[in-house]
Ligand binder design. Structure first.
Ligand code: ADP
Ligand code: MG
Length: 229
């Protein structure tokens, strides 16, 4: 647990710093990109170099965007939220991409689930990252099953895919910054997920069978109704 503590200390310092720096880095990048596009439109040769520079700028932008969500939420930002509603929204955002990849997303909505205190934009980010990973794990298509249930005082959202799975010895590396097995991956998606869920008092559990698929379970404490409120 000493190792775990040190890891979470590092993450919170990293989070505070990263969110501030990331914001400052995006502005100059935007202006560099604008001028590059201008130069490219007037370029007589080396046209393809501009494309490379522009796509590298996009890459820096996406790395920096992942960091921006790391700022720890303040109690004041936490709002009791319907996770079912939030998931419907996230699925609608990602559905086109899923269909293009031949992936079908199944989500059985339940009525009467308790609310969860959260920063909804942050939880959306977590669900988007997990769904993207599920889709990317199935290059030939497949199904993703999302379900929600209550367990004791927690709401448990599970994302089950039929993808490549994760080798047992790689499981401890999940959530480490820059751990990726993808050619174009940032290796920051899961780090962001773990950090956000930890800030919300929850946890993420992974089960995986190489060649068969993976299940990511997100457990979040439910908001208890206030007495006399
Ligand atoms: P990225 O997606 O940019 O690689 P992530 O932090 O989101 O970074 O994921 C890190 C790594 O964890 C991935 O490169 C992949 O090897 C593994 N991984 C995450 N989710 C899944 C999944 N659903 N199925 C298989 N492997 C996964
Ligand atoms: Mg990812």
């Amino acid at each position: 647990t000493e190792e775990m503590l040190r890891k979470s200390d590092k993450l919170s310092v990293l989070g505070q710093l990263a969110a501030g720096v990331a914001h400052e880095v995006r502005n100059p990048l935007t202006s560099i990109k604008g001028f590059l596009q201008l130069l490219q439109s007037k370029a007589k040769d080396h046209y393809e170099y501009y494309d490379i520079m522009l796509s590298e700028i996009d890459r820096i932008n996406s790395i920096v965007s992942e960091f921006m969500v790391l700022a720890k939420p303040q109690v004041i930002d936490m709002v009791p939220t319907s996770i079912t509603g939030l998931l419907h929204h996230v699925i609608s955002l990602i559905e086109t991409q899923a269909i293009l990849m031949n992936v079908q997303i199944y989500f059985k909505a339940h009525e009467d689930l308790p609310l969860v205190s959260c920063v909804d934009s942050q939880l959306k980010q977590v669900f988007i990252n997990l769904l993207k990973n599920a889709i990317e794990a199935m290059p030939d298509g497949g199904n993703v099953y999302i379900s929600i249930k209550t367990e004791d005082d927690e709401l448990v959202v599970s994302f089950k895919d039929e993808g490549c799975g994760i080798p047992f010895e790689k499981l401890p590396s999940l959530g480490e910054p820059f751990f990726t097995t993808k050619e174009k991956g940032t290796g920051l998606g899961l780090m962001v997920c773990y950090k956000i869920i930890e800030d919300h008092g929850g946890r993420i559990q992974v089960k995986s069978e190489p060649g068969k698929g993976s299940t990511f379970k997100v457990a979040l404490p439910v908001t208890l109704p206030r007495l006399g409120g």
